[in-house]
Design a protein around this ligand. Structure first.
Ligand SMILES: *Cc1c(COP(=O)(O)O)cnc(C)c1O
Length: 347
């Protein structure tokens, strides 16, 4: 598969900006750095951050069992997604396929980049409609987005379906694994060599508990990563984020323990919610949230807000009529939610 042919010609030919800290990183105390117009007075933050985030990537590489040259880090996965659009999609000409109901940013970023969006709905069971996706592909289709586990439905998408699409598409398949740590399904990172046209996206925002530092990860072939590196802003991951990300990755056992609590709480909450008279369905979840169908989502949403609990009303999403998406909280928060839902039931 000729990845190069999918890349926009301007990106293919781009000579990237070479920053001062690309040419000389700060690692020798004895050197005098007068190359980057930084302020020389030490504040711990007066120097530009490492544009290649070498330490952080080495740590991520060892955890995810890939090479550093298969990783790109972004200011949240939203930046990674934007870079992917700008790398592969010619504005006004190319198009992408998304599969609603799904993460809203794919469409927003496509629109920002003036890239046409083809929507192929998931099936009623929130699985990929493979034939319809393949039928929707045309000569200008550059990206197909797959979110697994899917937001807002919460379920894993069938791996054979994903494989079929990756094998039959001459373009890039973006697999968004923001919720991968809440499922026992394997990450597609393992398949990068078998399928050179896939890009896997993960984030520090969910299982790792670091939404505030804005750090997203992207895994792909060194060739794809190289193109994305060419177009990323030189200092896209700030120094505080690099330091904190690295620090948190050194306490993985704590992170895993919290994930296990969330999974246990999710499974317990699932069993309790279905007992409420106004809950019609609790969809199976492999993520850190539950999608439920109720009698009247907007009414129930407002009742919850009035009692100081905010959930996400998804009723206007395709296939999601009268659904609410509920993030799994702490055990205390989940118990409070159940108590309040029972109060509402009796109102
Ligand atoms: C939350 C979420 C993200 C995370 O985005 P960040 O910019 O990394 O915080 C990405 N994809 C999906 C599907 C999500 O639900």
């Amino acid at each position: 598969m000729d990845i190069k042919s999918f890349v926009r010609p301007n990106v293919r030919n781009l000579k990237p900006y070479s920053s001062a800290r690309d040419e000389f990183s700060i690692n020798e105390e004895s050197m005098i750095y007068l190359d980057a117009n930084e302020n020389p007075f030490e504040t711990n933050l007066n120097r530009y951050p490492d544009p290649q985030q070498k330490q952080l990537k080495a740590k991520v590489a060892s955890i995810k069992k890939v090479n550093s040259n298969q990783i790109l880090l972004g200011n949240g996965s939203d930046e990674v997604l934007d870079l992917i659009f700008r790398c592969f999609c010619e504005p006004g000409i190319d198009n992408v396929i998304i599969q609603p109901p799904t993460y809203g940013m794919y469409k927003v970023l496509a629109t920002v980049n003036n890239v046409e969006v083809k929507e192929v709905l998931l099936t009623e069971a929130f699985q990929i409609d493979v034939q319809s996706v393949l039928n929707a592909i045309d000569i200008n289709t550059k990206l197909i987005f797959i979110c697994s586990p899917n937001n807002p439905s919460g379920n894993n998408l069938n791996a054979n379906n994903i494989r079929e699409i990756a094998s039959n598409f001459s373009g890039i398949v973006v697999i968004d694994e923001a919720y991968i740590d809440f499922t026992s399904n394997e990450s597609w990172i393992k398949e990068l060599e078998k399928h050179p046209n896939i890009i896997v996206i993960q984030t520090f925002s969910k299982a790792y508990g670091m939404a505030g530092i804005r750090l997203g990860m992207c895994f792909a072939s060194p060739q794809i990563i190289n193109y994305l590196n060419k177009i990323k802003p030189p200092y896209n991951i700030n120094m505080l984020t690099q330091i904190e990300g690295l620090k948190q990755l050194n306490s993985l056992p704590q992170i895993e323990e919290n994930v296990n609590v969330i999974i246990k709480e999710r499974d317990a909450l699932e069993k309790m919610l279905i007992n409420l008279s106004f809950v019609e369905e609790v969809y199976p979840s492999n993520a850190n949230f539950l999608l439920i169908k109720v009698d009247d989502a907007t009414k129930r949403y407002q009742q919850l807000v009035a009692k100081n609990i905010v959930v996400r009303n998804r009723t206007n999403q395709p296939l999601c009529n009268n659904t609410l998406r509920i993030t799994i909280g702490t055990p205390f928060e989940n118990n409070t939610l159940l108590t309040v839902l029972k109060e509402i039931e009796n109102e």
